[in-house]
Each structure stands twice: as C-alpha cells, then as structure tokens.
Design a binder for this molecule. Structure first.
Ligand code: WT7
Length: 654
C-alpha cells in the first residue's frame, strides 16, 4: 500500500472541511440534495434518465442485464458516439462554438468549432474506410497530443471501428505487443511529437514495431514536425494524413452501433507481466462519461474545460474527448510539458484561454509546489471556478496548496477516484452538494455503490482499513479484457463473487467519507502512471546479465511512488553504476521511459519464503526505512541483514 498506518491515522484526523461555495450550491447542475437518495433507491432509473439525454437512433429495450460478471446496459439501443459528441450540437448555435482549443508545445495553436470537428472527423472516416477499415475492426493510434488524435478516435467511432490508443511515451516493444494483441490492420501516427523542445520519433517507432506485425497493411502519418529525416515512407503501406483526406467528402453517415458494441480498447498494467486490453462499449461508457462530466465539473455553456491528461490514458479518453464533447463543451488540449519553455506554461494557458475548469494530477501539483508560488503568481488565474485532481491519493498539503495558490480559495476541489476499468469517475464530491476534506475523494457518485470490506467481504467499521469494492455494476464499467474473459473474471470478480474488486485499499471515516490509500496488489502509481511491478521485473530479467529481480514501489515526495528494483546478477557479472544505467535503459526500451527504475539495488540474494516466494513486503520495508514486518517465514534470515546493509550504502552513495 502506498501509505503506512501512521500517515493514515494522521489523514483520518484531518478535520478541515470546505462546504460548497454558496453560488455553486445555488446554481450547480447537481444542486438537489435528494439526488443521492433517488439514485440509490433506483440506480437503473437514474442511469436511464441520463442515457436518455443522449441521442439514440433506436431506444433500448432493457436498461440493464446482468449475467455475472457480464453486464449489458441499454440493451437493444442503437447510437453512435461520434454523433453524440458532434452532430447533435450542430443543430443549434453550438455549431460555431469552439469544440477544441489546441495549443502546441512550440506555441502554435488551432481552434476547431463543432462544425470544423464534424468535417475533419467525416473526412478521416472516409480515409479509414478507403484503407479497408470496417465496423468491428480495431485501429491503433500512436500519436502526440494533437487534434488529429481526437479526430481519429471519433472517426473510428463514426464508422464503428474500435480505437486502441497507445500512449506516445511507450516503447517500440510495448507498441508492438499492443498492435498484435488488438490485431489492428491500420496504425495512425505522426512523424513526431514535441516534448520539452525535443522530438519523439513516433513514426520511426512504428516502423520498428511493424517489423513484427505482418498483419498491418496501412499506416497513416500526420505531418506534425516536418523534418526531412522523419519522412521515410514505405511505398504502398504508408500514407500522409493530409493526402488521404484531401479529396474526401465532407460528410459521413454515422454507423448505428449497438449499445454494447465495442467503442475502444485501452491497455493498462495489471499484476502479471502482460498489460491487459480493457474493453469499453458504446452506450454505457458514453452515459457514464457524459453524466459525470456534467455533474462533477458542472459544465455550463460558456465554460472552458482543461483536463491536462494525455489522451493515451483513460483520463484523456473520458475527460478530454468523450465526456466534455458529449456535453457540447469547449475543451482545451495541450501538446507538451508543463515546464516548456518555462515553469508557468500551464498558468499561461489558463490565462490565455480563460480556462474555467482545470483537472490535473497530484504529482503535477506537488511539482508546482516545489517550483514555487512565483510561477502561478505571474499569471491571471481569475477565470478558474472549479479544480479537479485524479490519478493517485492527494496529500492534504498538496490539496491545500492547490486550493490557496491556484483556486485562490474560491474554487472547490474535486478529488476524483476511478480507474481505467471504471471508465468514468466513481468516488468524488459534487461541487454544489458535498463538503470536501483535503485528502478524501469523499463519497460515491450517485448510482454508484462502493464499500470497504475485510477479507471475508464484510463491511469494516469506520476508521478500519480494507478492500475498496463496488457492489453493483454501473454503465461505464469495463466489459471484458480483450480476448481474455478468464482473466477478466479472475482479476475483478473472483475475490468477492458478484462484487467488483478494485485492487485498492481504503478506509471510511465517521462521516462515511472514503480515503483511498492506494493499490494493494503488484501495481504501483509513479507520477500517476500505472505500472505493473511484474512488467518491470520481466523487462529486467530479460537482460542477459540479470538472474533475478524484485520490483517494488517506495514512497516518493513528488511522484507519489518511485520504482526500486532489487537485482541479482548472473555468475561472473560485475555490479557497477554503468550496468545499473544499462538496466534502466533496458527497461525504458522494453516498456517506456516512465517505467525506468529510480533505484537499482544489486544484491547477492533476495528474501524468499521457504517455498521460494519473494517477500516484496520486506523489500518495501527496507526501501522505506521502516521497521521490518514479520520475518518468521523467511527461508534465510541473514539475507535481510545483508540487504539492509547494501541498501543503506547505496542510499549514502546515491
Ligand atoms: C488507480 C487507477 C482513471 C484515473 C486515472 C488513473 C489510483 C486514481 C485516485 C484518487 C486515490 C487514485 C487508484 C486506482 N487513483 N485516482 N483520486 N485517489 N487514488 O487510472 O491508471 O487505471 O489507475 O489510480 O489506485 O486504482 P489508472
């Protein structure tokens, strides 16, 4: 778990409370206090009422069907996600409202109105069709944060193909595995993307990955950077985006999709070495993202909504693209780093576009804290009215800093707990209804039934830690793991039959507020990014000089958690700082720079039980300089003593 007991007790003693600002209590989209009780009494009715705010080509016959663990929502209904995010807004003055305000890292910018977005999505849907993409196919998108990424997603949705977005920071091998698992025939990419002034050679990575993906027939390339060195095109396979859409018609009939048809796959890390393809379907996902965006961020017609997440993660799918666009909102999208060219880039963007709602991650907030208040102080942030955070537990200090220095004590903070699997926010305040407490995600969204239970699945009393579970299905929940229903069942539905297992630990306080503590499995959150420790271990043991590796997350001031790898080498291999660096680079090449271990600790042996299981718990204790927990099951107690010694010398040296 990310936090220890002492920190936890301190957290639960947190007694500062922040009631909803009076203006929000009076005007918020969700301001009726009965909302929670009504949704709890009839969750299906609650969700159906909100699904009905979307446009359906055919109404559903049944709201909800449950053959555990397989749920179906709005069964028999037909709709199209791209139609709901675009076309329905064209009937009103919204057609000329800004849908996307995009800012490139070098300072270029573009605004697409809903009408513009419609045209670009239709043109690209034609392009995809020309390349042979049909309803039901999967298209892999490996792109920078540019408008074409959102356009490509919506174009896939328009013609009924599922997108599988692969974060642009993932390596060649990670990309290859995801293309193969999704069985994509088409990959969309860009020549490169900007990051901190440098260029990420996306297309070159695609070329490498495709050496082992014979089924891929076409690659579409956006010319983002425009360097000659990146213009290597494979004849017959590669196409420039611009050329493909050049003569395409401006309209494209949206495909009527079954509510339960696949909308997208998004890969995320789990407890095994292999990332899993999380499956989301059309009607339920759109209902969940639409409803949560409307109520949690309180979207009003003239809001400017900025979620800083990369679209390569679920947060970007749900709160850069589908949720806000389904609401007809104006979305800000930024391509680059928060410190390029200077440390006030985010605040500059808020000032420039008069952003009203800002949604970011605790790790970013802690970084801003370290950079100092002079950076936000340089900019006019008076347009802000609501703030959000997501991705990992937020420590009360960071919450208070965000509240004072960004929100100027005017803006309520929505600490939103959810997962790739849940599709939409699950535990969160509502800005006009819920009193917030720094560090707590507060209470479940209306219609969501969450609980904290013990080993036997019984609810634990207030103040006691346990497993965070969701007790009834909700529309935007994952439907499956792509191609692996057995793993889907085992991972989420077997720990407590019929109940969704989140993999997180939590406590509730006397007021029923949830305090999410972090993962209790072999998944860690590094700067909000989800990384499987097993994935990093497999990458390490793949190196020719490594015999064994055990990877854990340790507490880190800024990143939340940092990656510590304990490594034993093969006979004859010499420990050295150079080798440690090689191992870090090896992991970066296998997974991506985000998975690079912060510390590599060479050790002669790893602590194991008599049956040979590595005792990661003890490694965490060592890395966080804690008193060791129970060591009685250790096969060889001396291993721990020598490890402690190695660790403290490494610490001093490092
Ligand atoms: C894990 C899911 C979908 C959100 C982006 C990350 C942790 C997320 C919070 C929060 C405490 C949080 C959990 C969860 N998490 N939000 N507000 N407070 N923990 O999605 O990559 O699928 O990660 O992120 O541990 O299980 P993800």
């Amino acid at each position: 778990m990310a936090l220890d007991e002492k920190t936890l007790d301190a957290l639960l003693a947190e007694n500062r409370t922040f009631p909803p600002p009076a203006d929000l209590a009076a005007s918020a989209n969700a301001r009726d206090p009965e909302l929670y009780a009504r949704a709890a009494a009839d969750p299906e009715g609650f969700w159906a009422a909100h699904a009905a705010e979307l446009d359906w080509f055919r109404p559903w016959d049944t709201v909800f069907q449950w053959a555990p663990p397989f749920a179906q929502w709005f069964v028999g209904g037909k709709l199209n996600a791209s139609y709901n995010c675009i076309d329905r807004h064209l009937r009103t003055w919204r057609r000329n409202k800004a849908a996307l305000i995009w800012e490139g890292e070098p300072g270029d910018h573009r605004v697409l109105t809903y009408q513009d977005l419609h045209r670009e999505v239709c043109r690209f849907a034609h392009a995809l069709r020309r390349l042979g993409v049909k309803k039901g196919d999967r298209v892999t998108l490996y792109m920078p944060m540019i408008p074409e990424l959102a356009i490509a997603m919506l174009a896939c949705a328009r013609l009924g193909a599922a997108h599988s977005v692969v974060f642009g920071g993932f390596s060649v091998e990670a990309l290859r595995d995801r293309i193969l698992d999704a069985e994509s025939h088409v990959v969309v990419t860009a020549d490169g993307g900007y990051r901190r002034g440098g260029i990420v050679p996306l297309k070159r990575n695609v070329d490498e990955a495709l050496k082992e993906c014979p089924q891929v027939k076409s690659v579409v390339v956006v010319r983002r950077v425009g360097h000659e060195s990146l213009d290597v095109m494979v004849d017959g396979r590669d196409h420039w985006w611009e050329e493909l859409v050049h003569e395409a018609p401006l309209t494209f009939e949206p495909e009527p999709m079954d509510s339960e048809d696949l909308l997208f796959i998004l890969y995320t890390s789990g407890t095994t070495g292999k990332p899993k393809g999380i499956v989301h379907t059309t009607g339920g996902y759109l209902t969940g993202t639409y409803t949560t965006t409307k109520y949690i961020f309180d979207l009003k017609e003239d809001d400017v909504f900025w979620c800083t997440a990369d679209i390569g993660w679920i947060t970007g799918h749900s709160y850069v693209v589908y949720g806000p666009l389904a609401n007809g909102a104006t979305v800000v999208m930024y391509e680059g780093a928060p410190d390029f060219p200077a440390r006030d880039r985010f605040w500059e963007i808020i000032e420039k576009y008069r952003v009203t709602i800002f949604y970011t991650a605790p790790t970013a907030i802690r970084t801003f804290m370290r950079w100092g208040t002079e950076w936000p102080a340089k900019r006019d942030l008076s347009s802000l009215r609501l703030l959000g955070t997501v991705g990992e537990p937020i420590n009360p200090e960071a919450w208070m800093w965000y509240y004072h220095f960004i929100g100027k004590e005017r803006c309520p903070i929505m600490d939103t707990w959810w997962q790739t699997e849940t599709g939409a926010i699950m535990i969160t305040p509502l800005p006009g209804l819920v009193t917030t407490k720094p560090g707590s995600a507060t209470i479940p969204f209306p219609g969501i039934e969450a609980d904290v239970v013990d080993n036997d699945g019984n609810p634990v009393p207030p103040g006691k830690g346990g497993y965070l579970v969701i007790k009834r299905p909700w529309p935007s929940m994952l439907r499956n793991i792509y191609g692996d229903p057995e793993r889907f069942k085992a991972q989420y539905w077997s720990r407590f039959p019929g109940v969704y297992f989140t993999g997180d630990g939590a406590r509730r306080d006397e007021d029923g507020y949830f305090w999410v503590l972090g993962r209790i499995d072999d998944v860690i959150k590094v700067s909000g990014h989800r990384i499987g420790t097993m994935e990093v271990e497999s990458a390490l043991v793949d190196h020719p000089l490594v015999a064994e590796a055990a990877v854990i997350g340790r507490h880190h001031e800024i990143k939340g958690q940092a990656i510590t790898a304990f490594v034993t080498l093969k006979e004859g291999a010499q420990r050295s700082e150079i080798l440690a660096q090689q191992l870090r680079d090896h992991v970066a090449a296998k997974i991506g720079p985000i998975a690079k271990p912060d510390d590599i600790i060479f050790t002669a042996e790893l602590p194991k039980t008599r049956s040979g299981k590595i005792m990661r718990r003890l490694l965490r204790d060592i890395a966080e300089s804690r008193q060791l927990g129970d060591t009685s099951t250790l096969a060889d107690a001396s291993v721990i003593e020598s490890l402690k010694k190695v660790y403290s010398t490494e610490e001093e040296a490092g």
